[in-house]
Each structure stands twice: as C-alpha cells, then as structure tokens.
Design a binder for this molecule. Structure first.
Ligand SMILES: Cc1cc2nc3c(=O)[nH]c(=O)nc-3n(C[C@H](O)[C@H](O)[C@H](O)COP(=O)(O)OP(=O)(O)OC[C@H]3O[C@@H](n4cnc5c(N)ncnc54)[C@H](O)[C@@H]3O)c2cc1C
Length: 260
C-alpha cells in the first residue's frame, strides 16, 4: 500500500509577529516547525504501515529550509520525502496549493493519503478536502482511528456527542484528528537514517504544471484587509485565603461581571 502524508512547514506561531503597517505575518528570522497536527497524521500513517505494511512518503510544499522538517519525518519512520519548492509556487492560496499537491501526489502514486486536521498558521482546513476533490476520491475528516478490514478502510470519528464508524474504499484521503495519538520521537538511528535517505526536491521543471494554475497567478483569493484583535488587558486579581472563602469570592466576582 502506498501512503502519502502531507506535512506543512509552519512558522512557530508562539514567536510570530505581525507587521503593524501591512498586517501580514513577519516570517523572516522566525523559526519554523512541522505543523504539530501533521505529526498526528504521520503517526497514524506509520502505525498503519506497522500493522499492514506499505511505503510512507511524506510530501510538503514549502521553501528549501523545510528539508529539516522532512528529515524529521524520515527520522520518525517515513520511507521517502518529497519537497515541492520553486519560486513559481510562491504566493499560492489554498486552491493553487491543493492543486500543486494533488499533481505531486499523482506523480508519487497513492492508495491512501493523510493530512492533518488543519494548520496552526492559516488554519483553513481546506487543503485535505480540496486534494480529495482534485483526485476524485473519498475524504473523511477528524479521524482518530483507522484499520484495514476485508479490503477496505474502517475509520472512526470521535465527535463531541457521537462516535461515527465508516467503511471507506481506497484510495481515500484521511484528515487525522489533532489529538488522535502521540507522535513518536526521533532517536539517533532515525537521525542517521534521515541523512542517508535524503529529501527529493521537485521544482516546476519536474512537475511541469501550467503557471496559470500555480503560485500567485493560480490563486483567485485575495486578502482584502486584516484587522488585528486588540489585546484585552487582564485584571490579574489574586485571592489569598482558604479554599472555601476563595470559592465564595470567585462566585461573587463572576456574578458581578455578569458571567454567571
Ligand atoms: C492570496 C494568498 C497568498 C498566499 N501566499 C502565501 C505565501 O506566499 N506563502 C505561504 O506560506 N502561504 C501563503 N498563503 C497561505 C497559503 O495559501 C496556505 O498556507 C496554504 O494554502 C495552506 O492552507 P492552510 O495553512 O489553511 O492549510 P489547511 O487546509 O488548514 O491544512 C490542512 C492540512 O493540509 C496539509 N497541508 C497544508 N498546506 C500544506 C503544504 N504547503 N504542504 C503540504 N501539506 C500541506 C497538512 O496536512 C495540513 O494539516 C497565501 C494565501 C493567500 C490567500
């Protein structure tokens, strides 16, 4: 079974600043990480491979320094890593991103595709659904368990008020729920393997996509305005006393504020 896992290299948002003039993210000099929810997707793919066999290929569209993230993914156990990187892909909205990823996935070959639930920087949760749509395959979102039964997938979605089970034909795209599992660590052997396996870099002379459909030219979305949410100062009141009095004090405070 050929399994492709899409991972995004994102700015570490705890340290991202916004340009006050343009309202855009200041990415320069910001350390990046693998989108944390994509580690859940990779872990689910690796567990699937451990149980049923197959090959796990990790795929990312990002600037060259995302190699580091893909090496981490190989260190976790991925067999192969492909980085789509070219100035021609820059400025892509979700449509152009998903189109480019779907074309790369076709080139890699696939039975099963995993994505994370959403990213921590743009968080649209569009990419999985759009890739599935480009490829014309089933898409199941928020999956926390997956198995392979009699030639089809059995997937579970654990919702707030229900557990849903689906039988899904392959090929299919699975968006993994963000707390579905605990991603494995990379040990020293994984690090050595990552350096040995290496990352393949594909530019558009390899993918040969029409420049009208990729990057900024292929992106019909425009960001017309960004408003920053004003920071609300915290009162930071601290109550000192025993817990019974503290509860009474807290209840009074909350009711004064009209919160209960
Ligand atoms: C007009 C416009 C211009 C933009 N220009 C840029 C730009 O220059 N640079 C930039 O970084 N962003 C740019 N963006 C943002 C970019 O469109 C999104 O980052 C991208 O489409 C992914 O969307 P998302 O982060 O909401 O992913 P989601 O849909 O929330 O992601 C869901 C899952 O899809 C997968 N995934 C998402 N993105 C990738 C990826 N790149 N590679 C592999 N897997 C992925 C992951 O598994 C992820 O968990 C631009 C957006 C707009 C509207």
């Amino acid at each position: 079974m050929k399994i492709v896992v899409c991972i995004k290299w994102v700015p570490n948002t705890t340290s991202v600043n916004i340009d006050p003039k343009t309202g855009t993210l200041i990415r320069e000099g910001i350390p990046s990480v693998i989108n944390p929810h994509d580690l859940n997707a990779l872990e689910m793919a690796l567990e699937f491979k451990d149980r049923y066999g197959g090959e796990v290929v990790v795929l990312s569209m990002a600037p060259p320094h995302a190699k580091l993230g893909l090496e981490h993914a190989i260190g976790m156990g991925a067999d192969r890593a492909v980085l789509i990187s070219d100035k021609a892909f820059a400025g892509a909205d979700t449509l152009a991103t998903s189109y480019t990823l779907s074309k790369a996935i076709e080139r890699i070959g696939y039975d099963l595709i995993f994505t994370g639930q959403e990213t921590i920087d743009s968080s649209t949760a569009h990419i999985g659904a759009q890739i599935a749509s480009w490829l014309g395959i089933p898409y199941i979102y928020y999956v926390d368990e997956i198995s392979y039964v009699n030639g089809h997938l059995r997937v579970r979605r654990h919702l707030e008020d229900a557990i849903e089970l689906y039988d899904v034909n392959i090929p299919a795209l699975i968006a993994t729920a963000m707390r579905a599992n605990k991603p494995r660590y990379v040990n020293i052997y994984g690090k050595i393997r990552a350096k040995k396996v290496g990352v393949e870099v594909w530019n558009n002379s390899i993918l040969r996509l029409d420049e009208e459909c990729i990057g900024l030219k292929g992106s019909p979305t425009t960001v017309s305005r960004i408003d920053l949410v004003p920071k609300v100062p915290r009162k930071g009141e601290v109550f000192k006393g025993d817990s019974r009095e503290a509860v009474k004090w807290l209840v009074e405070k909350l009711s004064q504020e009209g919160l209960i």
